[in-house]
Each structure stands twice: as structure tokens, then as C-alpha cells.
Design a protein around this ligand. Structure first.
Ligand SMILES: Nc1ncnc2c1ncn2[C@@H]1O[C@H](COP(=O)(O)OP(=O)(O)OP(=O)(O)O)[C@@H](O)[C@H]1O
Length: 298
């Protein structure tokens, strides 16, 4: 388990992470969301033991990460701009990784060459941006990581490769109980892959939840009446409302069946109860901390 307790981090005088507390269970795929500059990369690099926090505790399986080379054998980080030695071919990079990582799996490396179909004797620097990212996944997955930390991992990958890489990650989670932390601005992707999410805003974690719980707790309702029953609006936990013509668009917190029952009793002439997408939840939660856009309902 990855456990952060009141983790704070600053660059010079600017406090970038503010008392972040979080637990990520083994075998979970955790999506880290947040506005630009929220501190996601800083948090990922701190979790990967690249940065040391100013205060607070950060452990993976009860061990401190920073300056712990043994633990780091199994905690791998792919940054948004993967790094390679400029003159090295893929094969030479693989030899370097094989020397560095005790669990290096050569058989997997050879198998993945067929999946990714990249030339091993070509200098990595000569590959395109998306191909270099594939090489980063290729090398990293062959170290058989227990924790995989990914910063904007699928940027620049085409849809086919993206799906191949997602499948490889999900397979490792299922087979080896690998833990994955992914930061991304692509909420649809996060919604598809992750089981938990956290939203970081200005260095503070403003929400952390199981995606299914999050979605079952908040609903979008479109509703119209002949005569508007004001008592209904009072009995619901409405967190946002708009009116378009005679149709009320509401975001309501609470149990779906109870909401449904209360609404149906009032005999609406138009009525739809829908789950919110992660994108809508994100925009709504960000609105709650003053990072809003108008008219989030569509
Ligand atoms: N090396 C650094 N030195 C000083 N300040 C930094 C450094 N790296 C990041 N920052 C600052 O820390 C804050 C958080 O940056 P960070 O890169 O962690 O955010 P982010 O959530 O990953 O952003 P984005 O979504 O735009 O990639 C920003 O205000 C940024 O300017």
C-alpha cells in the first residue's frame, strides 16, 4: 500500500503540495486529476522518490521511498518526457535496464518487440515522440514493477498502441497485483482505466474516492412539470440547478432509488435520471473550489 500522511513540498518559497494525505491500495489503478499547475507532477515525483517532501510521511509497503534504492527497484516512473541516453539504441537501453533492475525480464522484452514492432538496433533519439514513449513503456514493463507511476502517459500515442499499452498494464494489474498511478487530463481515459481517483487543486487533495462510489453518489436529472412542486426541490439535496425553457436541469446528491421515488411521486411530464460522467463530476468539483465554467450541464 502507498500511504501519504500530511505530505507537503515546496519549491523555494512556494508551497506546491499542502498536507496531502492519501492511501492507495495494492493492485489499484489510481487516477490523479487536477488543473494545470495543481502539483500532480510534483506529487508523482515525490511518490517515486525523486523529490523529498518537506514534511509528512510517504511510505510504500511501510518503507520510506526517498533514498531507498532497494524499494526503487520495483517503483518505476515514466515522466511526461521520457529520458534516454542520446546515443543509445533500444537494445543498448535494454542492456542498461537489465544491469540496473534485478527483475529484468528478457523474455518479455523479446515478446513485446513483436507486439510493438519497433527496431531494437535503432537509436531511441531517432524515433518519433510517440515511438519513444512506446520504448519507455517497453523498457519499464520489462523491469516487472510493483508500482508504476505514469505522468500523462498516453499523450502522443495512436489509438491502437494506446489500447495495446493499456491492455498490458491491466494484465499486469490482474496477474501480478501491480499498483498504478496515472495523472492525466483525459478524463474519459481515466474513467475507463482507473478504479479510484483523486483531484488535486492548488496543492491540496480536494477529493479522493472510488469511481463507482463517486458516480453512484451524484446524479443528473432533467425534469419538467405542469405545476412545479416546490416541496420536491426542498426535499432533494440539489447541488446545482439550471433552467432551460420549462426543463429543470439538476445535479442531485444522494441515493438513486430514493431520488427516483421522490421525483416519480410528483408526476413529472419530462423526467430523465442519468449518471454523471467523470468529466462532469470533475468540472462540478472544480466549480466548488472556485475553478468553474458556466453551464456545465449539457
Ligand atoms: N522545478 C521547479 N521549480 C520551481 N517551481 C516548480 C518546479 N516544478 C514545478 N513548479 C511549480 O509547482 C507548481 C506545480 O507544478 P506541477 O508541474 O507539479 O503541476 P501539474 O499539476 O503537474 O501541472 P500540469 O497539469 O500543467 O502539468 C507550479 O506552480 C509550477 O510552476
Amino acid at each position: 500500500m502507498i500511504k501519504l500522511t500530511d505530505v507537503s513540498k515546496k519549491y523555494e518559497k512556494e508551497m506546491v503540495l499542502k498536507k496531502v494525505s492519501l492511501e492507495i491500495k495494492k493492485g489499484s489503478i489510481f487516477g490523479l486529476l487536477g488543473s494545470n499547475g495543481a502539483g500532480k507532477t510534483t506529487l508523482l515525483k515525490t511518490m517515486a522518490g525523486i523529490y523529498k517532501q518537506e514534511s509528512g510521511d510517504l511510505t510504500i509497503d511501510k518503507q520510506t521511498v526517498f533514498e531507498n534504492p532497494t524499494l526503487k527497484q520495483n517503483v518505476l516512473f515514466i515522466p511526461d518526457l521520457p529520458f534516454f541516453f542520446s546515443q543509445y539504441t533500444v537494445k543498448q537501453m535494454a542492456e542498461f535496464y537489465a544491469d540496473m533492475y534485478k527483475d529484468w525480464n528478457q523474455e518479455r522484452f523479446d515478446n513485446l518487440q513483436k507486439v510493438l514492432d519497433l527496431e531494437v538496433n535503432k537509436k531511441v533519439a531517432r524515433f518519433s515522440k510517440g515511438m519513444q514513449r512506446q520504448v519507455a513503456f517497453w523498457l519499464t514493463l520489462c523491469t516487472m514493477p510493483e508500482v508504476l507511476i505514469l505522468d500523462e502517459p498516453f499523450d502522443g500515442l495512436d489509438a491502437v498502441i494506446r489500447q495495446k499499452i493499456i491492455n498490458l498494464i491491466i494484465q499486469d494489474v490482474a496477474d501480478r497485483n501491480m499498483t498504478v498511478i496515472i495523472s492525466s487530463h483525459n478524463l474519459r481515459e481515466i474513467e475507463d482505466i482507473c478504479d479510484h481517483i483523486g483531484i488535486l487543486h492548488k496543492g491540496s487533495l480536494i477529493l479522493e474516492k472510488d469511481i463507482d462510489d463517486l458516480k453512484s453518489d451524484v446524479h443528473k436529472v432533467q425534469i419538467a412539470f405542469k405545476d412545479v412542486p416546490t416541496s420536491l426541490f426542498e426535499s432533494l439535496d440539489i447541488v446545482h440547478q439550471e433552467k432551460r425553457g420549462s426543463v429543470h436541469l439538476l445535479i442531485i446528491r444522494g441515493n438513486k432509488e430514493e431520488i427516483d421515488q421522490l421525483i416519480k411521486q410528483t408526476n413529472p411530464i419530462v423526467y430523465d435520471l442519468l449518471p454523471l460522467t467523470l468529466e462532469e463530476i470533475f468540472v462540478y468539483e472544480m466549480g466548488g473550489v472556485g475553478y468553474a465554467i458556466e453551464n456545465i450541464l449539457v
